[in-house]
Design a protein around this ligand. Structure first.
Ligand code: SF4
Length: 379
């Protein structure tokens, strides 16, 4: 049976962070959250009928938003509905994203008892001053306490999400945060250079000159520092912004970069199944109406052409440190990757952005710095 990843979107946050334009709402009240949970459970039931029999689920990712904002009872209902409607592999990787401070012992227990075996904590920084500047609701002490509580509860696979190169953060701040987080020995660390999106308060402050963006050189220095420090501490970088201890790469996220099948459930969630990309409605009213049978959950569908699949396979695959295996490409598309992209590969290799090693095409360190320029060559 084909394997499937499930993504479950929980679009609520205590309040919006100043840089965030994800599909999430700050300050929703308990009744709005409950109405959404009911609709989500209806969608799980309905998609379970379509996909539950044909696939085995080997990864689940509860993301958001802030899934840990739901009550233990709501999390239990969602997770139990998932296990009722879908068949899970015995070793299914089930991740829940959580904001420090929003998880208590009851929620940790409920999550563990329903098979959540990986926790992803949005730490971002360990400086209280910088957390305030980002508009995060949590403080450094919340992250440390939540991390500790998760370990005590029995979580043996924890990711810490970190951000670097945001306004006000110095190289020393970044070095300290990274060192302190690595001292805790989480199994996985994500490290993203912050892009404050247009229209967010931070994006506007940058546009109007009230905040100063980190310059490119400092951004890249911070990134390279992280690579060295993580490698020294035994983490393997397996994607541009993700590193893990051996055996702890995130199976679910690897599906996105490997074009494996995943089904997104919840508001605005995206899916890729059998070469078709589709996504759910982004309006809450439309989503709740779909759950009542008034309209559809799904909004947009795009059947990938062969050309689409080849482009995506290349630029998503190149995000992985393992790169794109030439043998895998030939198996997937029945052609030699160099027959199609020979000129581009030669040019990028000549510029020192791409290399061929052990039968795979990979970004060089310089290629990572300008990865978007490399990806465009394959589109
Ligand atoms: S917690 Fe995450 S999803 Fe929520 S507002 Fe902050 S960055 Fe956005």
């Amino acid at each position: 049976m084909q394997k499937l990843g499930l993504y479950i979107h929980i679009p609520f946050c205590e309040r919006k962070c100043l840089y965030c334009d994800f599909l999430s709402f700050g300050g929703a009240d308990a009744s709005a959250r409950e109405a959404y949970v009911r609709a989500l459970i209806a969608e799980i039931a309905s998609q379970g009928e379509s996909y539950g029999g044909a696939f085995r689920v080997d990864s689940v990712f509860l993301g958001g938003g802030t899934p840990s904002l739901l009550s233990a009872e709501q999390l239990t209902r969602i997770l139990s509905e998932l296990s009722r409607r879908f068949s899970m592999t015995r070793d299914c990787e089930t991740t829940m994203e959580a904001n420090p401070g929003s998880l208590d012992a009851r929620k940790l227990e409920a999550a563990l008892s329903w098979g959540v075996n990986r926790l992803s904590l949005g730490a971002q920084s360990l400086s209280d001053e910088l957390l305030r500047a980002l508009g995060r609701v949590h403080a450094r002490a919340d992250f440390l306490a939540t991390y500790e509580a998760a370990r005590r509860a029995g979580f043996a696979n924890i990711n810490a999400d970190l951000m670097f190169a945001f306004p006000g953060q110095t190289r020393a701040d970044w070095r300290e945060t990274l060192a302190e987080v690595m001292d805790l020995r989480p199994e996985h660390i994500s490290f993203y250079s912050l892009q404050a999106e247009e229209g967010t308060p931070m994006g506007e402050a940058l546009r109007e000159g009230r905040l100063t963006a980190t310059d490119e050189e400092t951004d890249r220095e911070m990134y390279r520092f992280a690579l060295r420090a993580l490698a020294d501490a035994g983490y393997e970088r397996y994607e541009i912004s993700n590193a893990a201890k051996p055996g702890f790469r995130c199976r679910h996220n690897l599906k996105y970069w490997s074009m494996d099948a995943y089904l997104g459930l919840g508001l605005g969630a995206h899916s890729y199944v059998d070469g078709v990309r589709f996504s759910n409605v982004e309006g809450m009213d439309a989503y709740l109406a779909a759950a009542r049978g008034d309209g559809a959950f799904r909004e947009r569908t795009h059947v990938n052409s062969r050309e689409d699949r080849i482009s995506e396979y290349m630029f998503l695959g190149l995000r992985r440190a393992d790169g794109v295996s030439e043998a895998d490409y030939a198996r997937e598309f029945g052609e030699d990757v160099r027959a199609r992209f020979g000129k581009e590969i030669e040019r990028l290799a000549g510029e020192g952005l791409l290399e061929r090693r052990s039968g795979a095409l990979r970004l060089t360190p310089r290629g990572i710095d300008v990865s978007n320029r490399v990806f465009v060559a394959f589109v």
